[in-house]
Design a protein around this ligand. Sequence first.
Ligand code: NAG
Ligand code: NAG
Ligand code: NAG
Ligand code: NAG
Length: 514
Amino acid sequence: MDAVRPRWLDHTRSSPWLDRVAVLLRPRLTVGYVLCSLVALYVLYCYIVWSPLFASKLPGYTGPHEVGAIDVEVPVQLPRRINDTTFLKNGEPAFQLDTVLFTLYYPAVKGARSYKARHRWFPKPISLIAEGYATAAHFNNAFSRSLFTLALWGLAGSIDIPAKVDVPLLQPSEKDSESDQFPIIVMSHGDVSSRTDYTAYCGELASRGIVVAAIEHRDGSCPGSVVHLPNGTRNVVLFRADQLRTETSETGLSNDDWRFQKLAYRDAEIEETIYVLQNLNRGEGDLVFTKNHRHEGSELKAWKKRLDLSHVVIAGHSFGATGAMQALKSANKTSSGNSNFVNPAIGGIILDPGKESGRLNTDIDVPLLIVHSDSWSKARTIFYGRPHFDTVRDIAKDVLVRIGRTWFMTSLKTSHPSITDAPLIEPLLLSWTTGATINVKEGLREYVRVSTEYLAFLKDGSRKGVLEIGVTHASYGNDTRTDEQKKRIDKDIMKYWEVHVAPPMPHFATDEKA
Ligand SMILES: *[C@@H]1O[C@H](CO)[C@@H](O)[C@H](O)[C@H]1NC(C)=O
Ligand SMILES: *[C@@H]1O[C@H](CO)[C@@H](O)[C@H](O)[C@H]1NC(C)=O
Ligand SMILES: *[C@@H]1O[C@H](CO)[C@@H](O)[C@H](O)[C@H]1NC(C)=O
Ligand SMILES: *[C@@H]1O[C@H](CO)[C@@H](O)[C@H](O)[C@H]1NC(C)=O
């Protein structure tokens, strides 16, 4: 038997040092040993498949088209201060608007080659983003900044967005005139988020023939963002109300004033984004490319007359949903205050409207699709003296009565971040901390499905899937379906949805059997 043992395991001949190593390496079934081996194997696996530690890669998109991505950062029409509020520390203006930054996700020519590197999920510099997170955590010093930088880098620093950068827009096909012009979604992110937080949702929509402009807001809610000026750059790092100062008040800025100013800033950014899209559609893509500080979009001149500006939807998540509702105030109105901007939006996709981001605008004259995640509906939050859920439901009902179309529903088993990329990248972490029980991709697929169904509805009035089943639950968890609904509604839809506000279920001819 001894003959088959490797020499270094031969106790009779080895030195005490080799002896100890041998004992260490000999497989043992202690918990520590098993754990260490698993970690070592995992690190090795990540290294071999070139995947970031602990994090999954972002999956490719599942729609019929390939997806392109272009970063656009161009000067606004007129650089301006949205409010005179300044920073306590240096007196610089907090709400200076110089450029607007967004990523375009769009259906791309099949098989096009990109000569540019994919966009990083954490755009550089990571240390700037780390500083923002540190501020959000009230823990901003040199030590915490390096710690956050290291953590972000380790968690997701090498993840990139699986869209091809700067490839040509999908060609119009002669056969199918529908694909000549693409509908548009302008996407607004939540607090402590950025333009790269919803790339899976945006990319999935693009792969289904929708052009999405995902804005990065420089209102102090993005962890860290770089503004390009003619003579250099300016870093905007996340900031809080207590870091600001205003002329009009001795006591500093109240939280409500702060949110009001951030929303005004976001409103202006949404307006500027739509203005750039209008320019692209007018055939000014070359000019946009020349002005673009991110040096992408060499093919933008081919976007002339390819955007359907009569089919614009403003979407947002969390604080971004509050902002989207705010931005819709000027939609479908003949005059919008003193600005000469005519808001072309014909609808809004409102995902988890904010619970702590100020009052929700109720003055909306276009149909809405409001989707709550399960945890957003389930948690009873008091919002300006009433349950948040009831406030949202009443807004939806009011728009439904006035405009005749609008939905409010809950996506079952999801949680607040389910629409973001975070659970795709850190599935375990997120389901542990937020309680989402749905399969991550399944949850996202339902969000994408209802969004595309809503866009189709806005275009031609067709009601499909969850949009055609009427109200199933008057309030969260309260099944109020009629017998007809119980008979007719597909179980696959009821598995994912509760509908709280909707136009009535359309009536089918009695002889039509499913
Ligand atoms: C750039 O120019 C603006 C005025 O146009 C000035 O306020 C700012 O300080 C300048 N920045 C740098 C980095 O020189
Ligand atoms: C600045 O914000 C305050 C609220 O905080 C508002 O009353 C004021 O009108 C704003 N100023 C401008 C120029 O919009
Ligand atoms: C605009 O509002 C009117 C009612 O105020 C409504 O009838 C119409 O459908 C709305 N248009 C759109 C595009 O939503
Ligand atoms: C369920 O909804 C119905 C209709 O709105 C209402 O009358 C009833 O009180 C609700 N039940 C619960 C338990 O909330």
